[in-house]
Design a protein around this ligand. Structure first.
Ligand code: HEC
Length: 193
């Protein structure tokens, strides 16, 4: 019986193969590092740009009202029903906010902050990075629908770089999904009559 090693199994081939494996795992490690850095950058931007101020419902904590992080970025709570714009008091007032800081009444009607979690039905689970970038750049729902209402700071956020928006989107896709169907905006009183 001939047990000779096949010619392709030469030590040179083995060395090349091992080298490829090493290069491959080094590339994988680089990718992982880049991904981790991108997520950290996204978390940082979401934190300092104040997304939680409006997209996380507030509760009254020990130090006063604060975002309820158990409902992080899940938008206006579906069970907090609001059916009409605020009646403004006498004086130089224009905008009213609900106690959750997730519903806003103003000359545009009533806007409700969106669910930014990766929930498939009620959040951004089905969004692509490109849809997200187009939404912020154009100020239109999904980059081509209705204009996004105040107080979403589109005029400022449209200046984020593509890199920053990609980081924000990848972080938003990594947070816990929360099912919460946010209502459609309400028309201003004048337009509704
Ligand atoms: C001052 C309050 C406020 C802040 C801060 C804010 N948003 Fe919003 N955002 C809103 C409101 C209100 C809406 C809903 C507007 C509407 O329905 O037209 C909204 C909607 C959105 C939408 C949905 C757009 C769509 O097409 O459905 C996205 C995405 C979004 N915000 C992302 C963010 C991100 C990311 C941040 C932080 C970088 C952020 N928002 C910070 C108020 C805010």
């Amino acid at each position: 019986m001939n047990l000779s090693i096949p010619s392709w199994h030469s030590s040179a081939t083995v060395a090349v193969f091992a080298g490829l494996l090493l290069t491959h795992s080094a590339a994988r490690a680089d990718e992982d590092t880049a991904k981790t850095a991108q997520l950290a950058r996204g978390k940082y931007l979401v934190t300092v740009a104040g997304c939680n101020d409006c997209h996380t419902p507030w509760k009254v904590g020990e130090a006063g009202p604060e975002p309820d992080m158990s409902r992080m970025l899940s938008g206006h709570p579906a069970d907090f029903e609001i059916t009409a714009p605020a009646k403004m008091p006498e004086g130089p007032w224009m905008v009213a906010a609900a106690p959750t800081n997730t519903a806003w009444s103003g000359p545009w009607g009533v806007s409700f902050t969106a669910n930014l979690t990766p929930d498939q039905e009620t959040g951004l689970g089905k969004w692509t990075e490109n849809i997200f970038i187009q939404t912020i750049r154009t100020g239109r729902h999904m980059g081509r629908g209705r204009p996004i209402l105040p107080p979403m700071p589109i005029p400022m956020y449209k200046n984020f770089t593509d890199e920053d928006l990609k980081a924000i989107f990848s972080y938003l896709q990594s947070i816990p999904a929360i099912k919460n169907a946010v209502p459609e905006p309400l028309q201003p009183i004048a337009a509704a009559n």
